[in-house]
Design a binder for this molecule. Sequence first.
Ligand code: 8OZ
Length: 373
Amino acid sequence: MSVTLHSSLRIGRYELAHRVVMAPLTRMRASEPGSAPTSLNARYYGQRASPDGLIIAEATQISWQGKGYPRTPGIHTDEQVAGWKGVVDAVHDKGGLIFLQLWHTGRISHSSHRPDRGLPVSASAITPAGQAFGSAFERLPYETPRALDTEEIPEVVEDYKRAAARAIFAGFDGVELHGANGYLIDQFLQDRTNNRTDQYGGSIANRVRFLLEVTDGLINVCGNERVGVRLSPFGTVGDIGDSDPLRLFAHAIEALSARRIAYLHLIEPRANAGVRDEANLDAPASVAALFRRAFKGPLIASGGFTKLSAEAELKSGTVDAIAFGRAFIANPDLPHRLAIDAPLNAFDRRTFYGGDERGYTDYPALASLRGVA
Ligand code: 8OZ
């Protein structure tokens, strides 16, 4: 029988009932100050949970230094851990699984997000093109980041490990390392943002070192079966780029494969198109197809999939699961709707970031549309 969105799948130590994964989605609705998840956030995730279905919770900073946007949550204080416990419980109450995405924004930040007003840090002191978000959602010129000293890098790795330990303590089933979209890990990986001359810069092996040290740190804390990694080869978000992305990402992905992590999560570069900047016309049609053979474990792809295109990908064997973003924002019961070919609610882009329950917890499930309690 051929694989569909509703065939089961083993991911690490978990047996998923279906392959409709909720993608990590920044919604900027944590408490401020404090950057802690709230009961509204718990309600939102609980609505989107399904029995043995996987949710990857939104990008969550590992430290104040890693914070880059207003009202994004953290996992480095007791208050944040308590908030996340509420989220995890709401998902587990419905029999769902939830991983937390661990995030350091690096240079895609602004000093105003940090209690100590320190400059953003990065692999190198290279200013991004574009504008930062200030703490009141205003747009500000990016600052030139401070390059991390070689001796500081183990401290950042420790921040990732502490965040992972807190995530497990809060009850998460695993963690996903955010290595995508031009944030800190990507800033080390790609040569547009990394001109270091120490063991973290120069050769591909050196630029991949930080990703692997962090991954090994997370494996140390959680075990390889509870660690996933998300990458965005050929992406352009965050003014990122590399002179040889094919060789760079093949090297990174083979090294992750050897570590037998729970899954690899790739963002298709076409996801850029129409959403943010222009599409990268140098990008391959499918990075999942390109790197499929380099990674031996489960592969999740995301980026503008519909049921039709998702099932075609699964059937062709290019990927093992599909992560849905915008469709999950607007359809709390997305796995069920896809299973029965029900029509989908349309999403409203104006309420993606910031605000309250509107455009967040008020998208109706089918049952309520049909008048069932
Ligand atoms: C949208 C707005 C802010 C951040 C990413 C975490 O692109 C994000 C993000 C998305 O990975």
